[in-house]
Design a protein around this ligand. Sequence first.
Ligand SMILES: C[S@@+](CC[C@H](N)C(=O)[O-])C[C@H]1O[C@@H](n2cnc3c(N)ncnc32)[C@H](O)[C@@H]1O
Length: 451
Amino acid sequence: MRLGRTLGSLRRAIFSQSLPSTPSAHSSARFALFNHHLARARNTGSRVRCIHTIPKPRNRLQELESDLLTQAGSAETAKLELKWLREHAEEEHRNQPPGPERDQCVADCLKQLCEERAKGTPIQLLIGNTYFGDLLLHCAPDVLIPRQDTATQMEWFFRRLNIDETSFPSNPRVLDLCCGSGCMSLLFAHKFGQVAGNKRSASLTGVDISAKALELAERNRQHLLSQNSSRSTMETLKSLKYIKANILDKEHYSDAGNPELSTAPLIYDVLQDQTFDIVLSNPPYIDPRTELDPQVRNFEPSLALFPPKSLNSNIHAGDTFYPRLLEVAKAVKAKFLFMEVGNMEQAERVADLASRQSYWTGRGSCGVQIWRDVLPTGSSVDLREVCRPLKLDHNDEDVDFADLVPVFGAGEARTVVCWTREACSWLDIFELGITLSGIQIIGHKEKRRCS
Ligand SMILES: C[S@@+](CC[C@H](N)C(=O)[O-])C[C@H]1O[C@@H](n2cnc3c(N)ncnc32)[C@H](O)[C@@H]1O
């Protein structure tokens, strides 16, 4: 009861600090932190008790706590952060024999951690891990810290996925483009294992350009393999490969001398003729001119946040990857594409791009949807309650599409999904794409509102 109240007010405090209409990497740092607190609060147990052995004067701890206040944003969060850092300091010196010498080492370590945190280092990097859905994953400098927003969208995807549907592949092939820490492919392996019987497994490939990201993704894969998971998850994890490639097409962006971009192998050379059923991607999508929280700008790798400039002047500064993702997904014959975006304006541009491609919007029940941050829970959903179709401004005569994109949920737009006719029965919400005309049409902008 007490825990519920504490976490509830912490959630409110953290949400009230996030700014509207900012890219995910900005606001979700706090959401990820909340999730981290929540998940660790559930899992700490015995380790918390041994912390009380640190002989620290009460006022010294209060001093450390106040050092954390600026970054943590509230007294409650600072208290929790101090608790996690103390656990971590204890853990680091776990093998030392108990006694005053060890206590001193723990106290010095804690002081150093608090100093780092006060300078803005994200708590996940200090502790070395974070939760992504139910998974506890390693984090490392120079690799994006997985965001809970992304996990929430993937969990919604899984809740609505009919893997027993006859057209759903018994052993789906999944491509995770811009895989970073491996979080999306690893969560896919975990979730698929929960819903598929022991006879089914998925075949996953993760692609990234950063050697550090690939190293961390492999470490996370090994870490999950060492845990007791379902047979399906273990089989999927065993076959999961992380490979280095540049997803972008060199002719369409300026690499500005970035050696990672100019020397990496190209995606089509690496994938060759492989095909995939599902493509997942959380690409770099922040316009470099965006004002970001210093915790994100100073401690997250710019390679993961900001895309290089597109040479096509019609492509908005944050959007360089999206035309390429649509193209790669089509080239590998994907039937379902899941792309994270930063906000509604970006979602609208990406949905617009996708809806102009007959591969995703040709005749039949294929299409495009936008999912917002807060998605409906429960298995039965009244679609009229949760969906507000967005009317795209298609003036071109050659666009053969209803020009309506269903927008699900509340809050900031987070994901654009596209599917082909083969995948229309995989998720139990896709029928909506063809029954929209019976629903009140409300775009997210006043000027597009109609009834
Ligand atoms: C926003 S991060 C997403 C990481 C992970 N999927 C997640 O959700 O946490 C984007 C990733 O794209 C990678 N990346 C950037 N440019 C790339 C390129 N041209 N080709 C392949 N990967 C790239 C970065 O290294 C980074 O790991």
